[in-house]
Design a protein around this ligand. Structure first.
Ligand SMILES: Cc1cc2nc3c(=O)[nH]c(=O)nc-3n(C[C@H](O)[C@H](O)[C@H](O)COP(=O)(O)OP(=O)(O)OC[C@H]3O[C@@H](n4cnc5c(N)ncnc54)[C@H](O)[C@@H]3O)c2cc1C
Length: 393
């Protein structure tokens, strides 16, 4: 087989990149190890993805946003950050200078479904499902992907979107720094008696954290982050005890709470690829930068990265230039590294500060929250960073 671009991985990043290449005339192949039935109707995985304004814009331009069921897009109107047992709150809302919603929550499986439907309708894109990319050979003279069905595909450019534990990144010799937080995020949905008022809460308790993200008025997405050795306890705890535990951790703010569906566990490992490109090769999505979910930036960042690369590829193709030149790939790398590095380092610093319970850190946590409230410009910077309201594409 011969293609212009091969994308390995039909996760949210790979499918976004593929749909960004519609109408380019480029022949694109997406290789995915899952079956097409799974991609067409992805199972619920417990992740409710907080999307920024910039992501909504990109997804709208890709024709994906309108494919999401309108009653499954939930606005986040306010946010509160709590430290330890203190009643003091860092607040983000309209009274505090916020001009629009902070962002939107959409279930990951619906996002994947909409992306798959979008890509399935693109004439220049072929989806090869139930097939694993086993290895890649990429050099200045050409690039090849070897598939589990024994086929070999030649391409001008290979793009790996095969998760933070990317085998293809490793296979092409790109090292990555990985940080295992020694923690697990347990995610689920819960119903509750009182309205969540479209408010997102991040509670940095001592020993564990709890995020409560608003879905419909009486249902929220819950993310409990605990040390790995306590994860089994929360995953296997009888439902009534789990309900009581979360209700108590949240100080009863939403009244009685009831687990709605399954609990899912995600070990938390941050990943930073030391390079995002090689000859005729690029990494995007979590394969480039795998984030801790506390700042909800993983997919938002992946979407931005693919947008940058796709823009460069589209203009090269339109002008009849090489779509995999070293200069093009370097430009993608430098632009995306500049965008991603502060968010990646900032997120890791937040995790370090708010998961360390030593007295000095406890004090620093309080100072950070008070500074955030006392100085509107600081809060504005944080808000812009979290919501990407002012960033253009
Ligand atoms: C608990 C949790 C909460 C999160 N919340 C948010 C949030 O609020 N906001 C946000 O922006 N992000 C969030 N994220 C991050 C977001 O889910 C990820 O950034 C996003 O899913 C990454 O997409 P991806 O396509 O890069 O990788 P993945 O989703 O990992 O997809 C990779 C794909 O590649 C396929 N694949 C792998 N290897 C091969 C191979 N060799 N051959 C063929 N196919 C292959 C896999 O089957 C898979 O389909 C959260 C993550 C977690 C864990």
């Amino acid at each position: 087989m011969k293609k212009d671009i091969v994308i390995v991985g039909a996760g949210p990043a790979g499918l976004s990149f593929a749909s960004s290449l519609e109408s380019t005339g480029l022949r694109v192949l997406v290789v995915e190890k899952c079956a097409s039935a799974t991609l067409a109707d992805p199972p619920v995985d417990g992740r409710d993805i907080a999307l920024t304004h910039l992501s909504r814009k990109i997804l709208s331009e890709l024709g994906v946003w309108d494919r999401l069921p309108g009653d499954e897009i939930f606005p986040i109107r306010k946010a509160r950050v709590v430290d330890g047992e203190s009643p003091y709150l860092l607040q983000f809302d309209r009274d505090k200078g916020l001009e629009q919603d902070l962002g939107f929550l959409v279930s990951n499986h619906l996002l994947r479904k909409a992306l798959y439907e979008r890509v399935s309708g693109c004439e220049n894109i072929q989806l090869l499902t139930g097939t694993t990319a086993k290895s890649v050979v990429a050099g200045r003279d050409g690039a090849q992907v070897n598939l589990s069905n024994e086929e070999m595909v030649n391409a001008s450019l290979i793009v790996a979107a095969d998760s933070r534990f990317s085998e293809i990144r490793r296979n092409t010799g790109i090292p990555a720094s990985m940080h295992d937080f020694g923690r697990v995020a347990i995610v689920c949905r819960m119903k509750h008696r009182q309205s969540n008022q479209a408010t997102a809460w991040e509670c940095f308790h001592y020993g564990q954290t709890l995020a409560v993200l608003p879905l419909s008025e009486y249902e929220s997405s819950i993310v409990i982050t605990v040390p790995t050795d306590r994860a089994d306890h929360f995953m296997t705890q009888p439902v009534s005890a789990f309900n009581q535990d979360v209700e108590q951790q949240f100080g009863g703010k939403l009244g009685a709470m009831d687990l709605n569906g399954e609990r899912f566990a995600y070990p938390l490992v941050a990943v930073w690829a030391n390079r995002f490109v090689g000859p005729r090769f690029a990494v995007i999505g979590d394969a480039a930068v795998g984030m801790h979910p506390v700042t909800a930036h993983g997919f938002n960042l992946g979407l931005r990265g693919q947008h940058t690369l796709a823009g460069l590829v589209r203009s090269a193709a339109g002008a009849g230039r090489d779509i995999s030149s070293d200069s093009l790939l370097k430009r993608y790398e430098s632009t995306h590294r500049r965008a991603a590095r502060p968010i990646y380092l900032g997120t890791n610093a937040i995790v370090k500060l708010f998961t360390n319970d030593l007295p000095l850190h406890r004090l620093a946590r309080k100072v950070v929250l008070h500074l955030g409230n006392a100085f509107p410009p600081i809060r504005q910077v944080i808000t812009n960073q979290l919501t990407e309201t002012t960033r253009s594409i």
